[in-house]
Design a protein around this ligand. Sequence first.
Ligand SMILES: N[C@@H](CCC(=O)N[C@@H](CS)C(=O)NCC(=O)O)C(=O)O
Length: 214
Amino acid sequence: MSDYKLHYFPESGNSYKLALMLTLCGQAFEPVWTDFGSGITWTEGWRRSVNPMGEIPVLVEDGVSLTQTAPILLRLADKFGRFQGTDETERFEILRWLFWDNQKLSGFMAAYRYRRAFTENPDRHVLDFMKARTDDFLNILESSLKEQRFIVGDKPTVADLSMTGYLAFPKHESGYDLDASHPAIGAWLGRIRALPSWAAPYDILPGKRMRCYV
Ligand SMILES: N[C@@H](CCC(=O)N[C@@H](CS)C(=O)NCC(=O)O)C(=O)O
């Protein structure tokens, strides 16, 4: 049994990816709330003591700090024997979607939603650019999920958990009503929510929330 501490903030979909994986695997963790809105993760002190990459989340496993959700998800999958691929082909596909999610879907959705919902007077040009990119990525995911129940094989894997990271938050934050605009994604999110022990982001990422402007 490992001891886990998760440095997070409640609005962070990247934090939710790890909190959800741990919860689905029946693992408790100590939540370490971080004042992301104050800019603490940009400070030299925080970077020296918590994460030199300047990012949330950080998972501390038995005293060892781990960062980057994709390799952490793979490590947890391996450790708990859950949400893995069954063969080399599936393992390759999981990696392919994890890279795509980090660079494209979560990468843009996170920055778009954060500026749109949690900053005052966001730059319209920046928002429009990010929304156009996010639209394209959601359409790519929608096309893939029309053909299959989960993104790799017929069972959920860490690739699904990673990609749901930003899509499980309340719809007013991102402005996307996915059930209406992307029905295959909506149905897939329903299948993820039906997993035993599934929990919504703000139920497992507690603490003071940022001001929401939308
Ligand atoms: N690829 C990283 C992304 C982490 C990330 O971008 N986290 C956001 C908060 S959810 C952050 O710390 N952003 C600060 C920045 O981009 O400077 C991961 O999977 O852990």
